[in-house]
Design a protein around this ligand. Structure first.
Ligand code: DLZ
Length: 155
């Protein structure tokens, strides 16, 4: 999927409680995603941030669900899945994606989707928000989650 056309979102998250759930695979890329999310939350004025680590992306939905059910105004889910030689990639990506979608629609708590599903580590690094990366998907996920909280208030 191309990152071209991504909006530049300016959000005011003052007073929001945000939980970041992050998987632990692919440390360098994950560190970049986490740093981008933290930067974006600070820039948005979010002061209440809880971070929870889970083993892999498959475990993101259950942690996101707990956060949504226990008072978070928004959740940011971060994970990195890189294709290997078996269909495992498809199962983990599908379970995480559907699980996170289910959490947000069932609870009404926006979940920022910071799950990278890449063929190669190079693709993941390009999106990690690290020096030299072209995109910052951790920041984008945080901005999207906050923007959606604000959008839902208008409904
Ligand atoms: C098993 C597995 C594999 C092969 N690859 C990844 C990956 O690239 N990224 C990721 O976040 N998690 C991976 N996992 C772990 C699964 O998400 C999950 O943690 C395990 O299957 C245990 O439930």
């Amino acid at each position: 999927m191309s990152g071209a056309g991504a909006p530049k979102i300016q959000v005011d998250g003052t007073g929001l409680r945000v939980t970041v759930v992050a998987a632990s695979w692919h440390t360098t890329v994950m560190d970049g995603l986490l740093a981008g999310t933290r930067r974006a939350l600070v820039e948005a004025g979010v002061r209440s941030v809880t971070e929870v680590r889970v083993p892999g992306s498959f475990e993101l939905p259950v942690a996101a669900a707990r956060a949504a059910e226990t008072g978070a105004d928004a959740v940011v889910a971060l994970g990195v899945v890189i294709r290997g030689g078996t269909p495992h990639f498809d199962y983990v990506c599908s379970a995480a994606t559907h699980g996170l979608t289910d959490v947000s629609t069932r609870t009404g708590v926006p979940v920022g989707f910071g799950l990278l599903t890449c063929d190669t580590e190079e693709q993941a690094l390009e999106r990690a928000g690290l020096p030299g990366s072209g995109e910052d998907k951790g920041a984008e996920a945080a901005e999207a989650a906050i923007a959606t909280v604000l959008a839902l208030r208008a409904l």
